[in-house]
Design a protein around this ligand. Structure first.
Ligand code: ADP
Ligand code: MG
Length: 223
């Protein structure tokens, strides 16, 4: 059963009076329990595609269905609820809050809604354990290595137990050893049943992906 579905998605950016076509007629379905890799040259539209799935970037035409709901039927509040509960997002630059500890960064998304509010601290510790960082809970981001920061960001993405995990170049700032570690953690999440969609430049991802796509000239091609 697909949890993310894009139907005839077209996207162009309008700049002054000219249009920049980025995505052309994208049709794809993503399921729970699989690790999907999306590769493509810089500027091929990978981040645009990811932001469309996240409900952040509007699309020119087509349909996006997330967990059976059509994005175009959702208002901003519903989209923001979806991002907090159904989709965990991981970025190249981590985007941790520098004034919060590792633990507090993970607790934060649980304080915004009721699901795990009461057990937020306990759950954040369990999530830190899951990414093998239980001994770093009181460290601030500046006291963590890049690879550790990204593992905290993954734990934070899992805070409200979303079934969809999306990562945009999650290892872009990491060395090879940390890259393998991050891909292994993401792989494990897919084996536990999550739908994991990862954009990457690195061929290393091919060792982990169940399904591999290339974004080229606006089209998404399964390899
Ligand atoms: P990738 O992540 O694959 O490097 P992007 O999705 O960031 O590619 O960008 C795809 C294309 O769209 C690029 O040519 C980029 O310059 C253009 N683009 C991205 N964001 C905008 C924007 N907000 N306005 C206009 N053009 C944009
Ligand atoms: Mg990008």
């Amino acid at each position: 059963m697909s949890v993310v579905e894009l139907i005839n998605i077209e996207k162009s950016y309008s700049l002054k009076n000219h249009e920049i076509p980025v995505l052309k007629n994208i049709n794809v379905k993503f399921e729970n329990g699989k690790f999907y890799a999306i590769m493509g040259h810089s500027g091929s539209g990978k981040s645009t595609l990811i932001s469309i799935i996240d409900g952040i970037e509007p699309y020119t035409s087509g349909k996006v269905i997330i967990n059976k709901k059509d994005l175009s039927d959702m208002n901003n509040k519903e989209k923001s609820f979806m991002r907090n509960n159904e989709i965990g997002i991981i970025f190249q630059d981590f985007f941790l809050d520098n004034y919060l500890t590792a633990l507090e960064n993970i607790v934060f998304p649980m304080t915004i809604n009721d699901k795990y509010k009461k057990s937020a601290n306990k759950r954040a510790l369990e999530l830190l354990k899951k990414v093998e960082l239980e001994n770093r809970s009181n460290h601030f981001p500046k006291e963590l290595s890049g690879g550790e920061k990204q593992r905290v960001a993954i734990a934070r993405a899992l805070a409200n137990d979303p079934n969809i995990i999306i990562a945009d170049e999650p290892t872009g700032n990491l060395d090879e050893e940390n890259e393998s570690k991050i891909f292994s953690v993401l792989k494990r999440l897919s084996q536990e049943g999550k739908c994991v969609i990862v954009v990457s430049h690195s061929n290393e991802i091919l060792k982990y992906a169940d399904v591999f796509y290339e974004l080229k000239e606006g089209s998404l091609i399964e390899k």
